[in-house]
Every structure is written in C-alpha cells, then in structure tokens.
Write a protein that binds this ligand. Sequence first.
Ligand code: SAM
Ligand code: SF4
Length: 364
Amino acid sequence: MFPTGDAIRAQAPAMLAEHQPDIEQRPQQAPPRPLVDPFGRAISYLRISVTDRCDFRCVYCMSEDMTFLPKSEVLSLEEIDRLASAFIRRGTRKIRLTGGEPLVRRGIIDLVNSLGRHLKSGALEELTLTSNGSQMARHADQLFAAGVRRVNISLDTLEADRFARITRWGRLPQVLDGIAAAKAAGLKVKLNTVALAHENAHEIEALMQFAAQGGHDLTLIETMPLGEINEDRVDQYLPLSRVRAGLEQRYTLTDLPHRTGGPARYVRVEELGLQLGFITPLTHNFCESCNRVRLTATGQLFMCLGQDDQADLRAVVRQAGSDAAALDAALDEAIARKPKGHDFVIDRRGARPAVARHMSLTGG
Ligand code: SAM
Ligand code: SF4
C-alpha cells in the first residue's frame, strides 16, 4: 500500500530509489532516449486520469447514473507512479493529473508528493492538475508544498442555479472558495469553461471579467463528442469561432505566439489584461503539433484523444514490476502506434458519439 501523509514525505527519496533507480543518477548515464512517434513528434506531455470517479455529474461529461470501475481494475498509486516515472525517464517533461475528479482519489496528495521528487531532481518541468475545484480548499496548500505551481479549475457559470443544473451535483460557493484557496496558496489558476449554446453563451464576458479580476487565465472549450451522456450534443454545441467573432466586436484580441502542443490558441484581451484561450478540437486541426498521450485510470494508454486505439500498460506494469527495460519496450511499442490525427464529428444523423468512452476516463 502507498504510504500516507507525513510518511510519504519522509520516504520520498526511498520510494525514488525503489521505483526509479536511475533518475538521480542520470548525469552519469547516457542521456535518455526520447519517445518519438512515427511522424517525428516527441512525446513530452502525459495526462493521467487518476480516477474515473467524480463528485459532480456535469451534463456534457457524464450521465446521471454512471457505473464506476471496480477498484481492482484501477491502477494503484504505486502503479501510476511507476508508469509516470517510466515516461519521465523517456523525456516526459510535463504531467497533468486529471480524472474524473483527481482530488477525490484517496491518497492523491501522496501521489503528488511522490511525483514531486521528479520536479526536485529537474527531470520533470511541471506537475499540474485539472480539477472541478470542489475539494481544492483543503488541498491547495499541500499541492503547493509538493511543487505544483499551476492548476486548471473548471467553471462554466457564475450563476448558482445554473451551476447546479450543469454539474447536477455541484455547488458554486464551494468551487469559488476552492479557486480563492488555490490563489491564496500561491497557485496560478487557469479557469476552464466549456462553451454551451443554451447555458453560458451569454455569460462569457462575465466569466472573462471574473477571471481578469482574480488574476486568473481563462480558456474556453468546445464540447467534444465523447461518451454517451443522455443529452443532445448538437443542441449544446457552440462554435468558438462564433464566440471569438462576437468578442472581437467589443474587445481588442491580440494573438499570442504561446503554443502548448495542444488544441489551445491564446489571445490577450487588451482591455481586461486577460489571457484567453480557445480549445477548438472540432473547428481547428491541432494534431500536427501533438506532443501528448493519455493514461486512463485503468492503465490504458490512448495515443490520441479522438481515436480508439490504446495500449494496455496496466498489464505491463503488473507483470514487469519495476523492470525498467520492460516498461521502456512497452512505451516504444505504444508510441509507434500514435496516429497522425483524429476526426471528431458532431453530426445529427449519427447521433452517437465519435468515441464511446467518457471524458472522465481519458481525463480531457
Ligand atoms: N473533474 C475535473 C474537471 O472538471 O476539471 C477534471 C476532469 S474533466 C473531464 C477535464 C475537463 O474536461 C474539464 O474542464 C471539463 O469541463 C472538460 N470536459 C468534460 N467533458 C467534456 C466534453 N464532452 N467536451 C469538452 N470538454 C469536456
Ligand atoms: Fe466530474 Fe470534471 Fe466530468 Fe464534471 S467535467 S463530471 S467535474 S470529471
């Protein structure tokens, strides 16, 4: 079992030695062989869904009656650590923990503390988290102490009733407290807003002002056709090209060169001093610069968010233990299958999602 609380902080170096025998000795060894896919893209960014569970049931993400995975199918925290460390050995520089809601996973702070050792050694540049904010108030200080410096927090509306309707189970004040706590702890906050035609299209400017006043960044996300959710996605879909065109009537938007290798494009809203991102998987092709892969809570590695092909790293980690060579070979085999790109379609005729798994499985 993963040690907890103070124990892990005391034991972090020992855990490093156990799971990751070569990281700290790297300077004396040959430089790591980077993971490069068949199209020449280096994989430097790993997203890990640490749980498929969540304390919300957002309408675009989950159905109300979700069946969650049995515990035996979910990677243990040690297994996550071992796989993450294998990626870091092969050049992963950034890790994002997500879910489901990462902060509802028991022992999550222990995992963050453990992965934090790679920040200290310099092998990892950034360890970050995407959260719904509901549990942020009680975790923010510990996240900062472990080396986390930035978090993404989802916020689709500033209206309490609407918030309760969109998230089904969430309460707005709790999330606003979480955002404030993150800031107070020293974490840079980026707010994520899913653009929903009939829910928050009229609130985008209010959210921009809220973000600017709090000193946060804001990123707008188009809905993606992932998983059955008992809602009509065509109804919810709001193209961000339309949102952007509307904003350009009222604000000066200056394109920023900043790229993350993902589907986000950034502008500065001059009047507000706000960095605003647009994530447009449906209207913009971003695959040629893709630098990322996604590990599910059950250890499936998805080489592309929009394709079904996956590699079963749970089987490998459960068999290989801490055999670095076996993990290495499995990563090579998986990345060799990374596809060139994806083809999301929201289409009235085929009312089925383009990809059957839920966002909470692959973690967005
Ligand atoms: N529970 C955390 C949260 O809500 O931030 C982390 C996981 S959540 C799956 C990650 C992000 O994906 C959130 O910003 C959420 O709004 C977004 N998301 C979920 N389902 C989506 C969908 N079908 N289309 C677009 N974004 C989605
Ligand atoms: Fe939970 Fe995040 Fe999905 Fe909402 S978007 S149901 S908070 S995992």
